[in-house]
Design a protein around this ligand. Structure first.
Ligand code: DX5
Ligand code: ZN
Length: 216
């Protein structure tokens, strides 16, 4: 089954609770955490994740776009994340492994993300312990960018690594997903679709979620 994960980056932060409620027919709620260092933008931190946790039962998919995520892995787990994604480019491999271990020890699902420059094989040291791999289809940092079709190859390669080493692992794509690009990503092997502007930019949010499901 294909899962839809609206990214609250494109929601109205002054009316976040209302926008989250409008998203309740989706599968995951995607929360973009940016530190102004790993990416050139700053968004939200643990207190906001905690507040989101208190107003929804949705599965919280927390995407950490921060340097050295090992420093904050436990804090985001305690704030109420159901799954935490760390970027492979954000620290040395041993420290990424430490972050994943901490996340798992907190009983939270573990994921790694790949920037467009990162090769699919970079997931190999971690693949057997992962619940999800996130392939970025834009440069991380901002919503509303154009889907990079050149990433379809990486999605296919990650899918074949998953099938070989950990078939239960999910494959999420993030960036530029809309009614045109969703089928391309799914055809390449993705099963979780993050969508920010395509969901929260629509006048009818449940309708936009339904429309995305209908394309795949
Ligand atoms: C970008 C974020 C995305 C972003 C997606 O760095 O990780 O989750 O919100 O937004 P759209 O769907 O508008 O590309
Ligand atoms: Zn994201």
């Amino acid at each position: 089954m294909i899962k839809i994960a609206p990214s609250i980056l494109s929601a109205d932060f002054a009316d976040l609770k209302r926008d989250i409620q409008r998203t309740s027919t989706a599968d995951y709620l995607h929360v973009d955490v940016m530190d102004g260092a790993f990416v050139p933008n700053i968004t939200i931190g643990m207190p906001v994740v905690k507040s989101i946790r208190s107003c929804t039962d949705m599965f919280l998919d927390v995407h950490l776009m921060i340097d050295k995520p090992v420093r904050y892995a436990e804090a985001f787990a305690r704030a109420g994340a159901d799954l935490i994604t760390v970027h492979l480019e954000a620290d040395l491999p041993a420290r990424i492994a430490d972050a994943l271990r901490i996340i798992g020890d907190c009983g939270v699902k573990r994921a790694v993300a790949l920037r467009p420059i990162t090769k699919a094989e970079a997931v190999l040291p971690y693949i057997e312990e992962l619940d999800l791999v996130l392939v970025m289809t834009v440069e991380p940092g901002f919503g509303g960018q154009k889907f990079m079709e050149s990433q379809l190859d990486t999605i296919r390669q990650v899918r074949s690594i998953i099938e070989k080493y950990n078939p239960a692992c999910e494959l999420e794509v993030d960036g530029g997903i809309n009614a045109r690009t969703a089928p391309l990503a799914v055809e390449a092997g993705a099963n979780v679709l993050v969508a920010g502007s395509a969901v929260y930019g629509a006048a009818d949010i449940p309708g936009a979620i339904q429309a995305l499901r209908g394309t795949v």
